[in-house]
Structures are given as C-alpha cells and as structure tokens.
Design a protein around this ligand. Structure first.
Ligand code: FAD
Length: 289
C-alpha cells in the first residue's frame, strides 16, 4: 500500500530537527531507519503530515567511550552495534543482541534509537537495555534529560518519551570483572521478532558465587521487563544447575503473558522459564572463562 502524503524534511542538526518538531507538533514524526514507521504508514495504521528524517544528522551517529561509559548515538544501526569492536569488547551483550535482530537488510537500516522509541513488545534491544541498566539520553526544546532503562518502557509501543523529545544517546556503564552475559531468543520464523528473548548478566565473586544478576525479558508481555524474582533468587548463590533452574522458575511470577496465533500465553511463559535458565547458564559459563 501507499502511505498518505506527507512533507519530508531532512534536518542537518538536532536543533534543526527540534525546531521542525516544534513547528509541526503532533502532525510530525521522527524518521530514523523507517523499518517500523514506514510499514505502519504504508498500512495506514498511522499517518502524519511531516516526516523529519534524522538520517543526515552526523551528531547522532557514533559509538565511543566517554568517562568509562560506552556511548551509542541514536542513529547507530543494528549492524554497526553488532560489528563494532568497541561494543564487542565493552558490552558483548548488546552486540549479541543486535546480531539477533531481523535479517541483514533490517540490521543495515534499523537504528538503536528507533527501536527503543518504538518499544515494540517483541523487539530485542529492550531486554538487553534493561539488563544493562542503561541510560537513555533525550533532548527537546526545553533541554536534555536522562531516562533510566527501567523507567523508559511504559507499555506496548509506549515509552516515557514526551512530545517533542528525540532520543540522542544510550549510555552503558562498564561491567565488573568476572561478568558474563548472554542473549538468547526464540525468533518468530517469518519476521525474526522475539517470541521470547532473554538477556542475562551474571557477576561472580572469587568463590564462584553470584554477586550481581540482571535479567531482561522481551516478547512475553506488553512491555519488556526485569525478572526481579530470578535475580533475587540467584544473588549470593552458587550457580549450579539446580539453583539456576529454581531461579529461572521465578521469571514469570506476576507476568501477564501475551498470547497470539503463533504462541499461546502458556507456551510463552514456558519459553521464558526455559530460555532464562539457558541464558543464565551461558552467562555463568562466560563469566568463568
Ligand atoms: P523508525 O521506523 O524510523 O521509527 C520508529 C518509531 O520511533 C517512530 O515512531 C519514530 O518517530 C520513532 N523514532 C525513531 N528514532 C527516534 C529518535 N531518535 N527519537 C525519538 N523517536 C524516534 N526488531 C527487532 O528488535 N527484532 C527483530 O527481529 C526485528 N525484525 C524485523 C523484521 C522486519 C521485516 C522489519 C521490517 C523490522 C524488524 N524489526 C525487528 C524492527 C527493526 O529493528 C526496526 O528498525 C526498529 O524497530 C525501528 O527502528 P528504525 O530506526 O527503523 O525506526
């Protein structure tokens, strides 16, 4: 299908994009990789009078280290995140997560900022961003603010972003020594989106006990979430097979799971428990090595 007509803008700077957003208000949308927005416009699920393409704003395209934190500009494509040696070295979980998104065409166009702002309940990044306790920097005409990952995802396709705000950067703190991580997913065979995706991070102390455990889960519910019951059950414990299974069993506590023609809610819950156990086991193995 063909989208309803719109005016196309190509700002060269963030301030130019903010001015356009201010001028057109609710009748404008940011366009990044277009891999979620354009299908919605073509299907006429959404329509907008002005598209503000941030694809030419050089200030949003970088992956760098700043004061020990890994900083990724919102325009970083999934492919850039997956293939960056800095990301692979400093935050292998994010690179692994990006490598699981869609196919090579999607990864070449889709962006980190676009994926987070869209907040698809089956998107991969939210699981990793939550597990990493990342910070999301946003800017509007009234200034900058930082949103913690935990506060960012509000509901299905809904974030803490306010009207007129643009995601500019994702910041990730360095991992402690003896930390391992893993992202595992069950992809929907047609789209590649996560039926369930689990991001696990485990830090071990000298005796091999878990000192820090963080688990982010996507695909299962209206929004991605932290499996806090699992994290609490494993913290302070030796991560043997039985303990990992007991902790993973807590991952669905209190979750109102999605069901659809591809996977019932009950099946998704089972996948969450199984993939949480496997992701934790892999993270532990990597922490040891
Ligand atoms: P766009 O489509 O350009 O924008 C999406 C929304 O975010 C729009 O509302 C836009 O206004 C807003 N936006 C964009 N950038 C910003 C910003 N910087 N600040 C504020 N708002 C912004 N995703 C997965 O996670 N896993 C998959 O397996 C997967 N498979 C896919 C398969 C196919 C066939 C397709 C088409 C998409 C798939 N996706 C998947 C989605 C893909 O990752 C998208 O690229 C991503 O969800 C949106 O990023 P984008 O840069 O394309 O954003």
């Amino acid at each position: 299908m063909i989208p309803a007509s719109f005016e196309y803008h190509t700002p060269q700077s963030v301030s130019e994009a903010l001015t356009l957003l201010g001028q057109h208000g609710d009748d404008a949308k940011i366009l990044a990789g277009g891999h979620s927005l354009l299908p919605a416009l073509k299907l006429r699920l959404s329509s907008v009078g002005h598209l503000i393409d941030i694809g030419r704003i050089a200030d949003l395209a970088y992956i760098k280290e700043d004061q020990g934190q890994l900083c990724l500009g919102a325009r970083s494509t999934h492919y850039q995140v997956e293939s960056s040696s800095l990301v692979q070295q400093k935050c292998p979980l994010l690179a692994e997560c990006a490598s699981n998104i869609g196919d090579v065409q999607v990864r070449n166009r889709g962006t980190l900022g676009g994926s987070l702002a869209h907040a698809d309940p089956a998107a991969d990044y939210p699981a990793a961003i939550l597990a990493l306790d990342a910070e999301i920097q946003v800017v509007s005409s009234s200034g900058k603010r930082t949103i913690k990952a935990e506060d960012f995802f509000v509901d299905m396709l809904t974030t803490a972003l306010q009207a007129g705000e643009i995601v500019t950067e994702v910041r990730i703190a360095p991992a402690a020594v003896k930390t391992g991580s893993a992202y595992l997913k069950v992809p929907q065979p047609a789209s590649g989106f996560a039926v369930v995706g689990v991001a696990a991070i485990v830090t071990l102390d000298a005796s091999g006990k878990c000192t820090n455990v963080r688990v982010g889960i996507t695909g299962a519910a209206a929004k991605a979430f932290r499996a806090k019951g699992t994290e609490a059950a494993l913290t302070g414990e030796m991560p043997d097979e039985k303990t990992l299974a007991q902790a993973a069993a807590q991952s669905t506590t209190g979750i109102d799971a999605n069901g659809d023609i591809f996977a019932s809610a009950e099946y998704r819950m089972q996948l969450v428990r199984v993939y949480t156990r496997r992701a934790l086991a892999k993270a532990v193995e990597r922490a040891k090595s």
